[in-house]
Write a protein that binds this ligand. Structure first.
Ligand code: G6P
Length: 362
């Protein structure tokens, strides 16, 4: 059954490996036979009518929201704010005139998000929960629901729910953009892109030994590490850092590549691991400059770069895909790096200390 570990030692690796299948399932379920994107009309209408989207979430789901902001602004042309539910719940910003709320939650049970949704409902404002769990609390309490279709996620560290959240947000962005007759949305060949994502993920998980080797070479003695990236790569840097620290206990920070030099570069020492993510055509050369800055301070740099911008000697070559969807691929080697760093230390990868899969207290 879907929730059994099968031949895997840990759920986390099984769930990383399942991501190509999740992309195909989302593509099958959210597109009609003739290739049209398929989202409940009421959701599309409510969102197309709004003047601002507020995405609320916690943890890894929050990081998926940061990627979703880029997708929704690009393909639906509606401004998006992304908030940490725990902060937003007690410090509501001045809302726009016609807000629409999206709650991202793998479990659908996170208390911090429920606090926000309760207030949204008291104000009679429209909301959508994107969740992996049908009938979950956030799903029942919101106006609308879209399911992530990732299948049961058992490992505490979230992997396939993150990529599913990105893909389903892309589906929504395209549907809303098309409802607004935006050319950019009509030209967005999402079905084809999801097929590319599934293929690219497969290529990356098939290359997992290479990531294991990187983990063995650079991480066993590391006390701290950094992820750097710009644009959507910055969002993935935050998620890659969370994944690595939560399962391997190596303190890891995700940074906007250029910000490091404004202070944190002081922490770079001989052999500090720095993982640089490069997908953004507008800034790839600038990020290369930031790589040289940390290398000259002794950092061990691993580069995960998209094919078109890759240099000789880069550690992971990411297959080509739409820039806004590139996190679907970039995140895979970051998940694998976290997995191997943890497993190689002999830790219980699926149950990191002090963490719970679903946090129902504030
Ligand atoms: C917990 C989990 C995280 C998760 C977060 C949000 O802290 O350990 O992995 O990202 O909750 O969970 P949700 O179910 O709302 O996505």
């Amino acid at each position: 059954n879907a929730a059994s570990k099968g031949t895997y030692e840990f759920y986390m690796l099984k769930e990383i490996d399942e991501q190509p299948a999740v992309m195909r399932r989302i593509s099958n379920d959210y597109f009609s036979q003739d290739g049209d994107v398929k989202v409940d009309n009421d959701i599309v209408k409510a969102m197309a009518d709004s003047d601002r989207i507020y995405i609320l979430a916690a943890g890894t789901s929050y990081h998926a929201g940061l990627v979703g902001k880029n997708l929704i602004e690009k393909y639906s042309e509606i401004p998006v704010e992304v908030g940490l539910a725990s902060e937003f719940g007690y410090h509501f910003p001045t809302l726009s005139k016609k807000p629409f709320f999206i709650f991202l939650s793998q479990s659908g049970e996170t208390a911090d998000s429920r606090v926000v949704l309760k207030q949204v409902n008291e104000r009679h404002l429209p909301s959508l929960t994107m969740t992996n769990v049908e009938g979950s609390t956030l799903s029942r309490e919101a106006t609308y629901t879209m399911l992530l279709k990732a299948g049961p996620e058992i490992a505490v560290a979230s992997t396939k729910a993150y990529t599913a959240q990105i893909a389903v947000q892309a589906v929504l962005a395209k549907a809303v953009g098309e409802a607004k007759n935006l050319k950019v949305a009509e030209d967005f060949d999402l079905k084809n892109q999801l097929a590319l994502a599934a293929e690219g993920m497969q290529e990356l998980v098939d290359g997992k030994e290479k990531i294991d080797a990187l983990a063995k070479k650079y991480l066993p003695c590391a006390r701290n590490a950094f992820y750097i990236g710009r644009g959507v790569d910055y969002a993935v840097a935050l998620e890659g850092a969370l994944k690595l620290k939560e399962v391997s206990y190596i303190q890891t920070e995700g940074f906007a590549a250029a910000e490091l030099k404004h202070g944190t570069i002081a922490l770079i020492e001989q052999d500090t691991p720095v993982i640089a993510l490069i997908n953004d055509p507008a800034t790839s050369d600038l990020t290369r400059g930031n790589i040289r800055e940390v290398q000259s301070r002794g950092a061990n740099v691993m580069v995960f770069a998209m094919k078109d911008f890759a240099h000789e000697g880069d550690d992971v070559i990411l297959p080509k895909i739409d820039y806004y969807l590139s996190p679907l691929l970039t995140v895979v080697p970051t998940q694998l790096l976290a997995y191997y760093a943890s497993k190689n230390k002999g830790l219980d990868v699926d149950k990191p200390r002090n963490l719970a899969k679903s946090v129902t207290v504030e």
